[in-house]
Design a protein around this ligand. Structure first.
Ligand code: 3HC
Length: 293
């Protein structure tokens, strides 16, 4: 069935959406990337171009492959271009009202058989599915940042998903070279339920003045072999995104590991969102995290 799929849509071209466009196009699909206006579309395209240039510089892609990947992507501000999409992934902001507007619209535009997936990391897939007239065909397809590099994809079925829809999402993830794990729709799925409490704990350690940001990051990298420390990783993920995840973990489980570190919320309120805003735990206009972390 997936072999017959050619056209994939991605709605929302922020950090995750632009990365997902790259993944699908590199996997051979014709991809339509949709944004709300020309400025956001331009940022999404620039994100994709920068990531492809980095992949070329790292020897992961040839220049011919880079051109072919770009050539398979159509950028548009009109969701009507998704009227013949075989599969659509939503990657707009983690705001339930924004998701509702997008899913209601996609439900009208896309053929009734099209599976609609959400890249949400903090909202309920079941609640999103219930916004549509095709709740059995809505699943979670959760990528990790940076999407072109991280291998895992969580495929989240709900209590009403058709098995077929989960299988389609799983097959698509495999076709683009990812390792899918099928999870159920619960707060944080599996990866974030484990990862985000650890990141939140690192913020507490920093907030209590136990060590500097560099020492905390370096301690983890050098002891546990992780590619980056927790504070640098929070800056990569986005302080707002991490906060949204820890908040839903608290709402659903209320364990001591899920109580948000106050500094995390203060930073989100102050707009210190990490790399995407230029400043988080580190200041990206001045001091990149040290190379040797
Ligand atoms: N395209 C293709 N490959 C790339 C690439 C790109 N744009 N950028 C980097 N790579 C490859 C490199 O070639 C290298 O591959 P290799 O190991 O085969 O040689 C590998 O990625 C690592 O690259 P580098 O060591 O040169 O370091 P970078 O600074 O370029 O990589 C990083 C940065 C990939 C972000 C790395 O630090 C990392 O893996 N960090 C951890 C990221 C992580 O944990 N993400 C999950 C966050 S949780 C999440 O997203 C869930 C959400 O819901 C909250």
């Amino acid at each position: 069935m997936v072999q017959e799929f050619h056209k994939v849509g991605v709605v929302g071209l922020g950090t995750m959406g632009a990365g997902i466009v790259e993944v699908f196009s590199a996997g051979g699909f014709e991809v339509t990337g949709v944004e709300i206006d020309e400025a956001a579309l331009g940022r999404g395209r620039a994100h994709l171009e920068k990531s492809l240039a980095k992949a070329v510089s790292k020897g992961k892609l040839t220049e011919d492959e880079q051109r072919a990947i770009l050539g398979r992507v159509t950028f548009t501000t009109s969701r009507d271009h998704l009227s013949d999409a075989d599969f659509v992934v939503e990657a707009v902001s983690e705001d339930i009202a924004v998701k509702r507007e997008v899913f209601t619209d996609l439900d009208h535009i896309c053929p009734p058989g099209t599976v609609l997936a959400t890249n949400t990391s903090s909202l309920s897939v079941t609640e999103i599915a219930a916004m549509t007239q095709r709740p059995t065909k809505v699943v979670g397809l959760h990528f990790f940042n940076p999407a072109p590099v991280m291998n895992l994809v969580e495929v989240a079925g709900t209590v009403i998903s058709e098995e077929w829809a989960v299988e389609i999402a799983t097959e698509i993830a495999k076709r683009v070279g990812k390792t899918p794990v099928v999870v159920s729709d619960r707060a944080g799925f599996v990866a974030n339920a484990l990862l985000v409490p650890y990141l939140n704990h690192a913020v507490s350690v920093y907030e209590r003045g136990i060590a500097s940001r560099e020492e905390i990051d370096s301690a983890v990298v050098k002891s546990a072999g992780m590619p980056m420390g927790p504070l640098a990783l929070l800056d990569l993920i986005g302080i707002d995104v991490a906060l949204a995840v820890i908040d839903v973990l608290w709402a659903e489980f209320r364990g001591p590991r899920h109580a948000v570190a106050p500094l995390l919320r203060r930073m989100a309120t102050a707009g210190l969102l990490g790399r995407k805003s230029g400043r988080g735990f580190y200041d990206y206009s001045r001091d990149e995290p040290p190379e040797e972390q």
